[in-house]
Design a protein around this ligand. Structure first.
Ligand code: COA
Length: 263
């Protein structure tokens, strides 16, 4: 089972929401190779787990979401192993981005380097007022290697992404919200509850429609506008054959809440 025998990642399911906590307190939840693999295993398991309708990713302890890739491991990389490490992280974070159910990052503290990249791979980011976010890799003589250069530029535009990546500056939660790096900022004690509330709301919608929406936005944003619209129309047409659509429309007309079968 993907949720068992994990050393650095804790999982808990509450109301069909899987809460994934990165938990290496001694190094502020830094991502060594094992932790990245454990995250990959959890998402692979959760993909087909019908008891999971949404995922929240957060960091253990008060101080950090994830303070980056593990610098002890990074310091020992050769050109070949460095490339492989980067590719493996990119692959696993892409599984998160393409996950067919909503993934929300609950950023409780430092989200630096690989931690910022992990949050960027999630679909939605909610930050605590205490969060500090940045890509400090250039101050270590490297660049972000888990998709950060690509996702940051797509999310914020090239200018802001290059400013953050080339200065290596950390920004606070409010600044991150202002530039669109996080969706929402809340008090630290409200972080998990806010993320759970949003996850539950999305989980109450049609799972097949939410999945199609994630695909349309993810895949469509890598296409030209017309191809993206073609994809949108095709997914729209596909959903017209779903049981969820029949239920959603019937529930509206009968003035009752929908009970989506997810088919
Ligand atoms: N990799 C490995 N160890 C890390 C780490 C990382 N990315 N981030 C923090 N740690 C370790 C520290 O070495 C320290 O270990 P120690 O107690 O054995 O000395 C412990 O976590 C606590 O961190 P510390 O630096 O003492 O906390 P702080 O509150 O003074 O500073 C940070 C917090 C996040 C600002 C600081 O730890 C930091 O800059 N970390 C590196 C961030 C980074 O560059 N990430 C990108 C990597 S590509």
């Amino acid at each position: 089972m993907g949720y068992e025998n994990l050393e650095n990642v804790r999982t808990e399911t509450r109301d069909q929401i899987l809460i994934v906590t990165i938990d290496r307190p001694k190094v502020l939840n830094a991502l060594n190779a094992q932790t990245v693999e454990e995250i990959g295993r959890v998402f692979a398991e959760a993909r087909g787990d019908e008891a999971v309708r949404a995922v929240i990713v957060t960091g253990g302890g008060e101080k950090a979401f994830v303070a980056g890739a593990d610098i002890n491991e990074l310091a020992r990389q050769s050109p070949i192993s460095g490339k492989e490490t980067s590719e493996r992280g990119q692959f696993i974070f892409s599984q998160i981005e393409r996950f067919p159910k909503p993934v929300i990052a609950a950023i409780n503290g430092f989200a630096l380097g690989g931690g910022c990249e992990l949050a960027l791979a999630c679909h939605i980011r909610i930050a605590s007022e205490k969060a500090q976010i940045g890509l400090p890799e250039v101050s270590l003589g490297i660049i972000p290697g888990y998709g950060g250069t690509q996702r940051m530029a797509r999310l914020l535009g090239k200018g802001k992404a290059l400013e953050l990546i080339c200065t290596g500056d950390r920004i606070g939660a409010l600044e991150a919200e202002k530039i669109g790096l996080v969706n929402k900022v809340v008090a630290p004690e409200a972080l998990l509850a806010t993320a759970e509330e949003m996850a539950k709301k999305i989980a109450s919608r049609s799972p097949v429609a939410v999945r199609a929406a994630i695909e349309a936005v993810n895949v469509g944003s890598e296409m030209g506008f017309e191809e993206g619209q073609f994809l949108e129309a095709t997914l729209f047409g596909l959903l017209c054959a779903s049981e969820d659509m029949k239920e959603g429309m019937a529930a509206f007309l009968e003035k009752r809440p929908a009970k989506f079968p997810g088919k």
